[in-house]
Write a protein that binds this ligand. Structure first.
Ligand SMILES: C[S@@+](CC[C@H](N)C(=O)[O-])C[C@H]1O[C@@H](n2cnc3c(N)ncnc32)[C@H](O)[C@@H]1O
Length: 217
């Protein structure tokens, strides 16, 4: 299994061996996605487990996900949510999310997930009109839109709600000043804006590919 942690592979194997076992359907989804040409987009098993912990620890019921792909993070969150919990899941791809839908059904959690296909910025604008009040959100889609995703998501969170943002270290590229890739520039902008952002308390955790947690004050 590919590891994105900034530590040794052997240590990751150890961490996995002492962490809760991966749910069989999450393991099956990981195996199926491993054969997909874009499989590197999938979060790691340990990240999935950490998302579940965050959902449980915050007592979240109403959650938002931006970037579904084949469904690993949404399935992990759905399995951790209470029976009346709900995920509003945004993605632009029918093709990727057809795999997700299959696994949500197998796990009996499809009723918890409201999948909205289309550009996430437009879906977020529609959610703003509907009025939301999310307890938990996970941002993991196209990186150039991260600054806008964060602003729109923050406005949709209840006070005390938790936002988790993936890939905020970009494989370490954020500290390479010569790297001017659009994705890296956007992540740098997003990270720098958090430092004095008094609307949240945030922390960039150096796990996986960098995971920023931000709690709305
Ligand atoms: C990194 S993957 C998400 C991985 C997923 N969280 C998981 O656990 O496997 C990014 C996803 O963002 C979606 N995406 C890219 N651009 C988008 C956009 N403008 N609006 C909505 N979704 C988008 C892609 O289709 C892809 O499924």
């Amino acid at each position: 299994m590919e590891s994105k942690f900034f530590t040794s592979e052997a240590l990751i194997r150890y961490v996995e061996s002492v962490s809760a076992p991966e749910h069989p359907l999450l393991a099956a989804l990981r195996t199926e996605t491993d054969a997909h040409p874009d499989h590197q987009m999938q979060i790691t098993a340990l990240q999935g487990q950490f998302l579940q912990l965050l959902v449980l620890a915050t007592g979240a019921r109403k959650t938002l996900e931006i970037g579904v792909f084949t469904g690993y993070s949404s399935l992990a969150a759905a399995l951790a949510l209470p029976d009346d919990g709900r995920i509003t899941a945004l993605d632009i791809s029918e093709e990727y999310t057809s795999v997700a839908r299959r696994y949500w059904k197998k796990a009996g959690v499809e009723g918890k997930i409201d999948l909205r296909i289309g550009p996430a910025l437009e879906s977020l604008d529609r959610l703003t009109k509907e009025g939301a009040g999310f307890d938990f959100a996970f941002i993991d889609a196209d990186k150039t839109s991260y600054p806008e995703y964060f602003e729109k998501t923050l406005a949709l969170m209840r006070r005390g709600g938790l936002i988790a943002v993936d890939n905020t270290l970009r494989d370490g590229k954020v500290i390479d000043a010569a790297n001017r890739e659009k994705d890296t520039v956007a992540i740098r902008e997003f990270n720098a804006s958090r430092r004095h952002d008094e609307r949240v308390i945030s922390s960039l955790l150096p796990i996986a590919d960098g995971l920023t947690l931000a709690v709305k004050r």
